[in-house]
Ligand binder design. Structure first.
Ligand SMILES: NC(=O)c1ccc[n+]([C@@H]2O[C@H](COP(=O)([O-])OP(=O)(O)OC[C@H]3O[C@@H](n4cnc5c(N)ncnc54)[C@H](O)[C@@H]3O)[C@@H](O)[C@H]2O)c1
Length: 435
C-alpha cells in the first residue's frame, strides 16, 4: 500500500514538474545526433522490413523475364511436332519479320503497358493469318472472327491451344459484342474469283463490305476500341493519275463487274470517316496494293497466285490482254508491319500500303519463270472488264508519318511463296478455299 502511495505521489510530482517546466520540444528529443526520420526507421525493425521488401521486389523483376521465356507464350511453341517440322523457309522469315525469334522474352506487363485484346475479322485468310501471327508474337490476346468463306483453319492451326488465341466462326454481316481494345477489319471476299462468284452478297444486300464494316464500326463505338479498315488500291479504279497518291479520288466504273468490290470498299471508307467525324471513333484506313506470300488461296484469280500455281503445275501462264498493264507487288510481312504501324500511330489516313516497284504482267511472268520453271510458256487471253492499266502506290505519306516502307523485293519474296504453294499443290485435296 505504502509502495503504491509512493508511486502515485511520484507520478503526480513528475506531472507537476512537467507542468511547471517551460515547454521546449528540442530539449525532449532522444538520440539528438540522428535526424527524426532515421530514428523512426531504426525503431521496431522497420529498416529490416524495408530491406526484405526491396529484395523480394528486385528478385521478381530479375527472374520473371527468364521464367516467361520458359512458358509457352510464342505461337510456335504450340505447333504440333509434325506440323512444325513442315514449317517452310517463309516461316523463318516471318519469325524474324514478326519478332517470333526464340530470344524474345515476355516483358512484364506494367513495364511496356497493358496487354491489348485485339479482334481480327477475316483472320483465317491470307493477310489476316499473318497479322494474327505478328500480334500474338507481340504478346497480345487475339480473337479471330471468320466465316471461312475464303479463309482456312489450316492458316491458324499452329495457334490452336495457345491461351492468347481464340477463333470464332461468325459472319460479320451479323452484329457481335466483344470487349476489345482494337479491331482490325479484314473480312471480305477479296479476290476476283470470290467476289465475282457472289457479287450480290458482296454489295447489293449491303453485306460484307457495307454491313460488315457498319457492324464493326458500331462495336468500336460502343466499346471505345480503335478500328482499322483494310481498304484497297481498287478505290482508285483505272487511275488517271500515276503513281497514285492518297489525295487522288479515283476513276471507278460504278456499274461494272468489279464494282461490287471497288464500290463496297469506297463505301466502307466513307462509313469509317463518318463514324470518325460523327461519333468520335478512332479509325485508321489502309489502302492495300497487290500483296503476295504464303497462305494465299490457290486459284483465287490474282495474278501472282495464278502464275505461281500454273508454273508449278506445268501449265502455261495465262496473261490477259497484251500483258503490258502494270502492278506493284508487296510481300505480306511488309504489309503486316505497315498495318500495325498504322494502327499504333496517330494518323487516320488513308495510307497507301504497297511496294512501289512496278512490273508489267510479262515482267512478272518472267520472274516467275526464272524462279520456278524457265521452260514455262505464256498463253494470252482477252483482257477482263475494267482491268486497270497501271497501278503503283505513292508511299511518301506512309514513309513520312508511319516511318514505314516495304523491305522485301519481289525476287526475294517470291521463292518463299513458291515453297508454300509447292507443298499445298502436292496436297491438292486441301480444296480451293471455298467452303
Ligand atoms: N491481298 C491483297 O492483295 C489485298 C489487296 C487489297 C486489299 N486487300 C484487303 O485485305 C483484306 C484481306 O485480304 P486477303 O487477301 O487476306 O483475303 P482472303 O480472302 O484471304 O481473306 C479474307 C478473309 O475474310 C473472311 N470473310 C469473308 N467474308 C466474311 C464474312 N462475311 N464474315 C467473316 N469473315 C469473312 C474469309 O473467310 C477470309 O478468311 C481484305 O479486306 C481485302 O479486301 C487485300
Amino acid at each position: 500500500m505504502k509502495q503504491l502511495h509512493k508511486q502515485i505521489t511520484s507520478s503526480y510530482n513528475r506531472r507537476d514538474e512537467d507542468m511547471t517546466t517551460p515547454y521546449s520540444p528540442k530539449t525532449l528529443k532522444h538520440h539528438r545526433s540522428l535526424p527524426r526520420s532515421i530514428n523512426y526507421l531504426l525503431k521496431e525493425q522497420r529498416l529490416l522490413f524495408i530491406l526484405v521488401g526491396i529484395f523480394i521486389g528486385s528478385t521478381f523483376f530479375i527472374i520473371q523475364p527468364n521464367l516467361s521465356r520458359l512458358t509457352p507464350n510464342e505461337p510456335n511453341s504450340f505447333v504440333p511436332r509434325s506440323f512444325s517440322s513442315s514449317l517452310t523457309q517463309h516461316d523463318e522469315l516471318s519469325r524474324s519479320s514478326y519478332g517470333l525469334g526464340g530470344k524474345v522474352g515476355r516483358v512484364p506487363v506494367g513495364i511496356t503497358g497493358r496487354r491489348l485484346r485485339i479482334v481480327v475479322t477475316g483472320g483465317a485468310g491470307f493477310v489476316g493469318s499473318h497479322l494474327v501471327d505478328k500480334l500474338i508474337a507481340r504478346g497480345n490476346d487475339v480473337i479471330v472472327i471468320d466465316n471461312f468463306f475464303t479463309g482456312r483453319k489450316q492458316n491458324l492451326v499452329h495457334l490452336f491451344g495457345n491461351p492468347r488465341f481464340e477463333l470464332i466462326r461468325h459472319d460479320v454481316v451479323e452484329p457481335i459484342l466483344l470487349e476489345v481494345d482494337q479491331i482490325y477489319h479484314l473480312a471480305c471476299p477479296a479476290s476476283p474469283v470470290h467476289y465475282k462468284y457472289n457479287p450480290v452478297k458482296t454489295i447489293i444486300s449491303f453485306s460484307t463490305n457495307v454491313m460488315g464494316t457498319l457492324n464493326m464500326l458500331g462495336l468500336a463505338k460502343r466499346i471505345g476500341a480503335r478500328f482499322l479498315l483494310t481498304s484497297t488500291s481498287e478505290v482508285y479504279g483505272d487511275p488517271l493519275e500515276h503513281p497514285q497518291k492518297e489525295t487522288y479520288w479515283g476513276n471507278v466504273n460504278p456499274i461494272g463487274e468489279r464494282s461490287c468490290y471497288d464500290e463496297g470498299k469506297r463505301t466502307a471508307e466513307t462509313l469509317s470517316m463518318d463514324y470518325h467525324r460523327g461519333a468520335g471513333v478512332e479509325v485508321r484506313i489502309a489502302r492495300i496494293f497487290n500483296t503476295y506470300g504464303p497462305r494465299m488461296c490457290l486459284d483465287d484469280g490474282r495474278v501472282v497466285s495464278n502464275f505461281v500455281a500454273q508454273a508449278i503445275r506445268k501449265q502455261p501462264l495465262t496473261v490477259y490482254g497484251d500483258g503490258k498493264q502494270t502492278r506493284s507487288f508487296q510481300y505480306v510481312s511488309d504489309l503486316v508491319n505497315g498495318l500495325v504501324a498504322l494502327m499504333e500511330g496517330e494518323h487516320v489516313g488513308p495510307f497507301n500500303l504497297g511496294n512501289p516497284g512496278e512490273f508489267t504482267m510479262l515482267e512478272l511472268a518472267q520472274v516467275v519463270k526464272e524462279t520456278i520453271d524457265p521452260s514455262a510458256t505464256i498463253e494470252y487471253k482477252p483482257n477482263t472488264a475494267d482491268d486497270p492499266h497501271m497501278r503503283k502506290p505513292d508511299i511518301s505519306k506512309a514513309k513520312e508519318l508511319l516511318n514505314w516502307e516495304p523491305k522485301v523485293p519481289l525476287r526475294e519474296g517470291l521463292p518463299l511463296m513458291v515453297n508454300d504453294f509447292r507443298n499445298r499443290i502436292l496436297n491438292e485435296d486441301e480444296g480451293k478455299g471455298m467452303k
